[in-house]
Design a protein around this ligand. Structure first.
Ligand code: SF4
Ligand code: SF4
Ligand code: SF4
Length: 164
């Protein structure tokens, strides 16, 4: 994967410097060159996950919702900064060490929220069942990021991190 396409999307704790653009964004340098900051994608995102970020460029936040991949953002973008000619982001969920279930607190919130069926819960010997991610089923929608009470889930296209 081209490192310039690498982006890391975090839920409530987005950290400085990370990129969080709409799903059909061109690579960052081209995106910022073409995007006119008109805000049309933000206005038409029914999921309300697009917001004005640094410099007025749209960025994603999974604070309250995930992406439905409805494509409205790319359909209304006149500048070409979003383009259906490129593949949408190739992100997968990463469940971090703050996961409540991994810390022996019963929680299945992410599994209940995942419409793709990518999260199942495997019993641990004498402990609390923990979430297991099926990477083939995960669409990278971010719905689990929004709902995780432990703020433990991020999305990444860094596959070293995904497989860690
Ligand atoms: S695909 Fe739909 S839900 Fe996802 S960011 Fe674009 S407009 Fe919003
Ligand atoms: S619709 Fe396109 S040009 Fe307008 S803010 Fe969104 S990405 Fe930028
Ligand atoms: S990102 Fe979406 S598809 Fe992937 S595990 Fe989370 S809710 Fe399921």
């Amino acid at each position: 994967m081209n490192p310039s396409r690498r982006s890391f999307l975090r839920g409530r704790s987005e950290r400085g410097g990370m990129l969080a653009r709409p799903p059909w964004s061109l690579p960052e340098a081209l995106f910022t060159e073409l995007c006119t900051r008109c805000g049309d994608c933000i206005e038409h995102c029914d999921a309300k996950i697009l917001h004005k970020g640094d410099g007025g460029f749209p960025k994603i936040s999974f604070d309250s919702n995930g992406c439905s991949f409805c494509k409205k953002c790319v359909q209304v973008c006149k500048s070409g900064a979003l383009s259906s000619a490129v593949t949408p982001w190739q992100l997968k969920a990463v469940i971090g060490s703050a996961c409540l279930a991994r810390n022996k607190v019963i929680c299945r919130t992410c599994g209940e929220r995942c419409e793709a069926g990518a999260l199942s819960f495997r019993p641990t010997q004498g402990g609390v069942a923990t979430p297991q991610l099926d990477l083939n089923l995960c669409t990278g929608c971010g719905a689990c990021v929004a709902d995780c009470p432990g703020h433990a889930i991020s999305l990444s296209d860094n596959f070293e991190e995904v497989f860690a």
